[in-house]
Write a protein that binds this ligand. Structure first.
Ligand SMILES: Cc1cc2nc3c(=O)[nH]c(=O)nc-3n(C[C@H](O)[C@H](O)[C@H](O)COP(=O)(O)O)c2cc1C
Length: 201
C-alpha cells in the first residue's frame, strides 16, 4: 500500500474477527516490527507472541487479571487471534553504551534509572508503531492498549525478569464487521499549523 494511504487509513481496531491469521502473514508482520531504528543498534526489544487460545488466555490473565477478563468490555478484545507483548530490556542499552565506541556518548556506565531518555522505551515504541503499520499493510486490524494491572505484577505473572519493561499489549486480527473507531479517535486531529513550530518556538 502507498505510504501516505497506509498512515491515513491506520486506526486502532476495537472489534476483532476471531479467525486465526495465516502463519506466514503473522511472520511477515512480526519481522517488519523489528526493522526499526535502535539506539546504538542495541535492539533490546523482544516480542512475546501468543496465538493459541490457552497461551492467549494465560497472557491476558497476566496483564489484566481475572477480574477484568470477566468484564463486559473484555470479550471484544479476547476475540483477537493474536496477542503481542512488547518487552524492552534496559540492560541491553546499558551494556551497549558501555562499549568503547560509545565512550563519548555521555551514557557510558550510566545506570538505567539515570538515563535522561530511556532509549529502550523509544525503541520499543518504534517497534510497536512498525507493527501497527505492518498489520495495516497486511489488511489486519491492531489495537495497542495499556496493561490492566501493574507492570511489575504483569512481568511476574509472565515469568519475565523484573528489570525488563512491558509497554502494553497489541491485539491483532481481522477487523470485525461491526468495528467502529474508539471514543478518543473521534476527537479532531490537531492542525498542522498548531503542531509545527517554524523557525522558533
Ligand atoms: C500509549 C497509548 C496507549 C493507549 N492505550 C489504549 C488503551 O488502553 N485502550 C484503548 O482502547 N486504546 C488505547 N490507545 C489507542 C488510542 O486511544 C488511539 O490511538 C487514539 O484514540 C487515536 O486513534 P487511532 O489510533 O485509531 O488513530 C492507546 C494509544 C497509545 C499510543
Amino acid at each position: 500500500m502507498e505510504f501516505d494511504a497506509l498512515l491515513r487509513q491506520r486506526r486502532m481496531t476495537r472489534r476483532f474477527d476471531p479467525a486465526p491469521l495465516p502463519a506466514e502473514l503473522l511472520e511477515r508482520v512480526l519481522d517488519q516490527a523489528r526493522r526499526v531504528p535502535s539506539a546504538g543498534f542495541s535492539q533490546g526489544v523482544d516480542l512475546l507472541v501468543a496465538t493459541g487460545a490457552p497461551a492467549r488466555r494465560r497472557l491476558w490473565g497476566a496483564i489484566a487479571g481475572e477480574g477484568w477478563l470477566a468484564s463486559p468490555g473484555a470479550a471484544a478484545l479476547l476475540a483477537a487471534p493474536v496477542l503481542v507483548l512488547p518487552v524492552a530490556d534496559p540492560g541491553a542499552y546499558v551494556r551497549r553504551y558501555g562499549e568503547p565506541d560509545k565512550a563519548g556518548s555521555g551514557l557510558a556506565n550510566v545506570p538505567a534509572a539515570a538515563w535522561p531518555t530511556p532509549y529502550w522505551l523509544v525503541d520499543a515504541a518504534f517497534s510497536v508503531f512498525a507493527l501497527l503499520l505492518a498489520a495495516e499493510d497486511a489488511g489486519v486490524g491492531a489495537l495497542f492498549f495499556r496493561l490492566h494491572r501493574s507492570e511489575q505484577e504483569s512481568l511476574a505473572a509472565l515469568g519475565i525478569p523484573e528489570e525488563r519493561r512491558l509497554l502494553g499489549a497489541v491485539a491483532l486480527g481481522r477487523r470485525a464487521g461491526d468495528d467502529v473507531p474508539g471514543m478518543s479517535a473521534r476527537r479532531p486531529r490537531r492542525d498542522l499549523a498548531d503542531v509545527v513550530h517554524r523557525e522558533h518556538w
